[in-house]
Design a binder for this molecule. Structure first.
Ligand SMILES: CC(C)(COP(=O)(O)OP(=O)(O)OC[C@H]1O[C@@H](n2cnc3c(N)ncnc32)[C@H](O)[C@@H]1OP(=O)(O)O)[C@@H](O)C(=O)NCCC(=O)NCCS
Length: 183
């Protein structure tokens, strides 16, 4: 996100359903090391549902370095009290004239199912009311029932169904295309 727009969205303290605390804030370039740590802490199964790129330390570090101030990307992180990344969500788009953005989210295993995904998305969707294209799109496998429920509860609708091809050890499987207007 453009540095001047970042000032519009200051960090927010949050408490999750199980009492865990955290700070929701925009990604910074200086998060490279902790985002790299987050990527390598993810279990192999995470890559079945979340694969913007291989989840290597280098790709985590590069995401922080390259996307934090990218005017065509917004990344929100949940920082734990230990200063680690508990999860992140982002949307990005091709250029200023792009009609839609593409969304992604990944929560660390010990932060899942306690409202972290919902709270990150709710805040990100607030940002999307003013920053980026008016339409947000995503894909999600049928088997990822938690994600499908979360997206539908937050107003995404299914626009298409099809298959995602086999990736590494994961077989081809059915997926939804979903979208939501942001404003
Ligand atoms: C999918 C994911 C983003 C959901 O985030 P989360 O923090 O685990 O989910 P939340 O606790 O915010 O719950 C969101 C919804 O999921 C459902 N859900 C959550 N935990 C659940 C559980 N244990 N059983 C059944 N449903 C559950 C509920 O419908 C919940 O809605 P609510 O907020 O009204 O209760 C997260 O689990 C994740 O990152 N998974 C791995 C990567 C991934 O799948 N990314 C998405 C790719 S499309």
């Amino acid at each position: 996100m453009r540095p001047e727009d970042q000032k519009l969205f200051p960090p927010v303290d949050v408490t999750l359903r199980d009492g865990k605390r955290g700070i929701l804030r925009l990604l910074r370039q200086s998060d490279a090391t902790i985002l790299g740590d987050f990527y390598v802490s993810l279990p192999p199964i995470a890559a079945r549902y979340y694969w913007p790129h291989p989840l290597t330390r280098e790709n985590g570090e590069n995401w922080a370095a390259q996307q934090a101030d990218n005017p065509c990307c917004v990344t929100l992180v949940l920082e734990t009290p230990q200063g680690e990344i508990g999860g992140y969500a982002w949307y990005r788009w091709q250029n200023e004239a792009a009609p839609n953005s593409v969304f992604g989210i990944c929560i660390r295993e010990d932060y899942q199912s306690c409202g972290a995904g919902r709270i990150l998305m709710e805040h990100l969707l607030k940002v999307a009311e003013t920053v980026g294209p008016a339409l947000m799109q995503l894909t999600c496998q049928h088997a990822n029932f938690r994600a499908v429920q979360l997206y539908q509860k937050l107003g995404f609708r299914i626009t298409k169904e099809g298959m995602v091809g086999a990736r590494r050890e994961f077989a081809a499987e059915p997926q939804y295309w979903m979208e939501r207007r942001c404003r």
